[in-house]
Structures are given as C-alpha cells and as structure tokens.
Design a binder for this molecule. Structure first.
Ligand SMILES: [Zn+2]
Length: 384
C-alpha cells in the first residue's frame, strides 16, 4: 500500500452535482460516496470489524480524540500500536478532533470550559484536569494513527445566534492555523503512516459567515474540506441550503465531508445530490439498538435516486405486535446477513426478549442499507 494520501475525481453526474471520488490512504482505497460507521469509543457498537467489512464499508470513524484521551489514554494506545491494531480494523480510518465532544460537554459549564486556548475539563474518573488545545488534539490524533485527522474546531451552536457563530468562527480559524502548524512538524502518524488533515467550515446558519469560513479554509490548502456545526445533519433543509452556498466554490479534487449527516438513507441521497462525498452518523446503529430499522426501496426518479417506502419515514419499529408472526425479512431485497437469514418475527422475538443478538443483527442491517444506498448512487452516477 502506498504511504500517501491522495484524492481524485472519477466521474461527475450529468444530472446534479453528485460525483464519484477515489481516495487513496495508507490503509486502502475508498470509493465515494461513502458512509463512515462511527466507533467513537474504539468500537462500532454491536459490530465486529468483520461485520463492518461485510456491510461493504471501506472507511470508519475510529476512536474519537476526546474519548481516547479519557480512556484508554494515549500512552496505552501507542504501546499497543495505534487504533487500527487496537480495534482490529486494517482499512481506512478517520478520527475527529474532540471539538464536538468538548462542545457538548461545555453546555454544562461545570464539566468543561472552552476559552481561547482550548477546552479544559476534568477527567470523568480520576478528576485530573485535562487541557485540550489544537496542539494536543493533533498530537493525540497522531497517536490514534487515523489516515484522516481533523483540525480542532469549536462547533457552532444554533441557539447563540450570530454573535456565538462569529465567536466560534474566529476561534476555529485561529485553531486551524495552530492545528496545521502542529501537523506539519511531522505529517505522519506515530507509526510512520502519512496522515491527511481536513479543515472544518463553520458559520452556523449565516450565509456570510459560512462563506467567510470557506474562504479561510480554502486559503489554508488542506487535504480535504469538512462542513460542520450543530445544524449539519440535524436540520436537513438548512443543511441543503448551506451546501448550495458552498459547494459551487469548493475545489473539485478535494473530498467534501458533511459531519453528522445520516439519520436515515434519504439524507445520504440528498447531500450527495448536492456534491458531498463522505459522511458519518451514529444514527444507524443507535436507531437499530432502539428497534428502528430502515425499510424501503432505492429507486430511480428524475435522473437521481430516492429511498421509497410505504413505512413511516422509511423505517419500521420492530417492537410492534404486527411483526410477531411476520415471516418476511426486515427489508425486501436487502442483501445483508440479517435479511438473508432471519425474519421480522425473529428480530421482534429477540428485541422483546432483550437478547444481545438482536442489537448485532439489527446494526448489521442498518449499516448495510446505508452502504447499499452509497453503492447504488455510484452505479447511478456511472450510468448517467
Ligand atoms: Zn438487511
């Protein structure tokens, strides 16, 4: 495997801004559009690496910086050879900077405080004070050893209005310069593999701030472009609007990543149609655990795709009594291990009995459907 990072355009759709990109990393190639299952705590809940590979995932979000700092700690991760070895995943991996986690924690000011230097929080078990700065975030990501690392940013809250968005923007830009300088001291992981650094466009729901942030990030000439903030993936209408502002100005050869998009299959179809390449979301596995299973049919419509479903919002609630004796698979035509071998009735039985096998089988299905949507989008782009 070549020890470098590279991204290139394979094909553009003729009907919308969707495209296929090829990303080369020291741990393998990734063809986009690609959904990244999330393993925040060095594990993708209820799934083994072999399950994840069987869903045809080529890249995951592995071991988040904040969580890894807290446990098991960087010293141990380094001793064990990095996150790829630690969690048994030998393909491409992205990690995030911890910015979003400290942002969530800072909503409770007793646990975490953010100032110009970074985030300061108490270790939840030992009580030791941890200072997370752009430099320490990058250093931690070098020890995690992911192929793609993220600049430390301040996530933009939606509730604070323009003032809060502006303040988060200024900090994010300053921290980006610090993150880049730290990364460039040695652009490799602690294990000698080349790492790509992505910057994050903030600016909340304000068009001028988003454009200002984009210009700053583009000037920094990073390996890839992420679009972040509380609104992204949460409010899909606004997410689409923000993408319309930004995407026409983004360079063609760089990967575009919407952070936290993927509450359901249709969300992926919608952002890819706007020109996005990769996305991550905890929803497929979390939904599965809570009994919400994707169910629909990926069909062609007006030169693009749609996740068509007779069910409410493209999902079934497996706890419902109507599935008690339903001998059909979760989703007709699904090629996943669960749908190939088990009925809704069996999943209903496992769920009601709170048996562990339920979560395993349910997560396999939901992640598989997300990847299936990505694969069919690639085929559609190749076709037109
Ligand atoms: Zn399935």
């Amino acid at each position: 495997m070549p020890n470098h990072y590279h991204s290139e355009l394979v094909k553009k759709s003729t009907t919308n801004p969707a495209r296929i990109m090829k990303m080369t990393t020291p741990h393998g190639e990734v063809t986009t559009p690609a959904f990244m299952p999330v393993g925040t705590r060095a594990v993708i809940n209820h799934l083994l690496p072999s399950d994840i590979a069987a869903t045809r995932s080529e890249i995951i979000l592995g071991g988040n910086t904040y969580h890894m700092l807290v446990s098991p700690g960087t010293e141990l991760i380094q001793k064990l050879g990095g996150m790829h070895k630690f969690m048994g995943w030998d393909k491409a991996m992205l990690t995030d900077s911890g910015g979003y986690q400290v942002f969530s924690l800072s909503k409770n000011g007793k646990i975490c405080v953010i100032d110009d230097h970074g985030a300061h929080f108490r270790h939840p078990i030992t009580g030791a004070v941890i200072h997370m700065t752009p430099e320490t975030s990058i250093q931690t990501q070098k020890i995690i050893g992911a192929d793609i690392i993220m600049a430390f940013d301040e996530c933009t809250p939606e509730e604070g209005g323009r003032e809060a968005a502006l303040s988060a923007l200024d900090r994010t830009h300053r921290w980006l310069m610090q993150s880049k300088a730290e990364h460039e001291k040695n652009p490799n992981s602690a294990y000698g593999f080349k790492q790509a650094l992505f910057g994050i466009i903030q600016g909340g729901s304000h068009r001028d701030l988003r454009e200002q942030s984009m210009e700053f990030i583009l000037n920094m000439d990073l390996d890839g472009i992420a679009i972040g903030g509380e609104v992204i993936g949460f409010n899909m209408e606004k997410t689409g609007e923000i993408l319309d502002w930004l995407v026409p100005h983004l360079p063609e050869e760089k990967i575009r990543y919407t952070m936290g998009v993927g509450l359901g299959p249709q969300d992926l179809i919608d952002v890819v149609a706007k020109g996005v390449d990769v996305f991550d979301c905890v929803a497929p596995t979390r939904n599965a655990r809570h009994g919400t299973l994707y169910c629909g049919k990926i069909t062609r419509k007006d030169g693009w795709l749609v996740f068509e479903s007779n069910e409410d919002r493209g999902r079934i609630l497996i706890k419902k009594a109507i599935y008690k004796d339903d001998n059909s698979p979760i989703m007709e035509g699904c090629g996943c291990y669960t749908c190939q071998n088990f009925s809704r009735a069996y999943l209903h039985f496992l769920y009601k009995g709170e048996m562990q096998a339920y979560c395993h089988l349910a997560c396999i299905h939901n992640v598989y459907v997300m990847q299936d949507v990505c694969i069919q989008m690639r085929e559609e782009i190749m076709r037109n």
